[in-house]
Design a protein around this ligand. Structure first.
Ligand code: 8IG
Length: 274
């Protein structure tokens, strides 16, 4: 019977990826959020593009602006995989589905994982288009990618330490590329609805600077496998009650398109500076 264990599925997918790359294991993974596709294009032209539909265990994304593929390219002498077409809890998928791409990338050899996303900004001084490096998160999804049976050998305890999910070292590399880079705490909610103004006031009280519907579970899964994580949010809208107009997904994609060249340079600079 085929396995349903999420770690075994990710091992299988990882070996398919490494085979498709001619045995050359990648060392850096970039997970693209909504609005980041243009940034990935600035990073360089992929030499290989795999459809996640041809790989073991990948769920099919259902969101505008997401397609399921893994692109491979060389950046600053490093083999990089770019995961296009993240999936989310709000699509009705499991935690294991949500982190499968990250697990696959780490098991394929990526010791550095760069998680990007589009987010609502809680700080009125960060206009749409601002890139923010994550210092920490509030996982308000009430879900964990480590729930379920214990991870099989050789994977570590499910009781994973999260005292430094987002690497201070990688944030320093990002600041080296862009000294004006802001830093903040990301609140992850399940969505897919946006928040009410009262919920945004609550999130500010809790210490959040950004709000979105991704990243936290992937960061936990990457840390569990000992990868170093950089999180970067692109503020694409001010959150409800901070903004003066209703929120809209088209606004997210437009802010991403406008910010793409700068974000692409940031990704390139970070990877070259690792
Ligand atoms: I882009 O304002 C984006 N994603 N939860 N709230 C939540 N997710 C988001 C938002 C937002 N903007």
């Amino acid at each position: 019977m085929p396995t349903t264990d999420p770690f075994r599925l990710a091992e299988q997918a990882a070996s398919e990826v490494v085979d498709a790359l001619g045995g050359q294991a990648p060392s850096v993974a970039v997970v693209l959020g909504s609005g980041w596709l243009g940034a990935a294009d600035v990073l360089g032209v992929p030499d290989t593009e795999l459809s996640t539909g041809d790989l073991t265990g990948f769920a099919v994304p259902t969101v505008a602006g997401h397609r399921g593929s893994i692109r491979a390219l060389e950046v600053g002498g490093r083999r990089v995989v770019v995961l296009v077409g993240r999936v989310h809890l709000y699509e009705g998928l499991s935690e294991a589905d949500v982190v499968h791409g990250v697990r696959t990338a780490v098991l394929a050899g990526c010791s550095t994982v760069i998680l990007t996303n589009a987010a609502g900004g809680l700080n009125p001084e960060w206009p749409p288009g601002t890139a923010v490096a994550l210092t920490d998160h509030l996982n308000l999804t009430n879900r964990s990618p480590l729930s379920g049976p214990p991870p099989p050998d050789p994977y570590g305890s499910r009781f994973v330490d999260l005292s430094e999910v987002y690497s201070a070292r990688l944030r320093a590399v990002a600041r080296g590329v862009d000294p004006s880079m802001r830093e903040g705490v990301y609140a992850a909610l399940r969505g897919p609805h946006y928040e009410t103004p009262a919920e945004i006031r609550m999130l500010r009280t809790l210490g959040a600077d950004l709000v979105g519907m991704s990243t936290a579970l992937e960061a936990i899964a990457a840390r569990h496998l000992n990868a170093e994580v950089l999180g970067v949010s692109l503020v694409t809208n001010l959150a409800a009650g901070v903004a003066s107009t209703p929120l809209d997904h088209a606004e997210v994609l437009a802010a991403g398109a406008a910010a793409a060249p700068g974000l692409g340079r940031l990704l390139r600079g970070v990877i070259e500076g690792l």
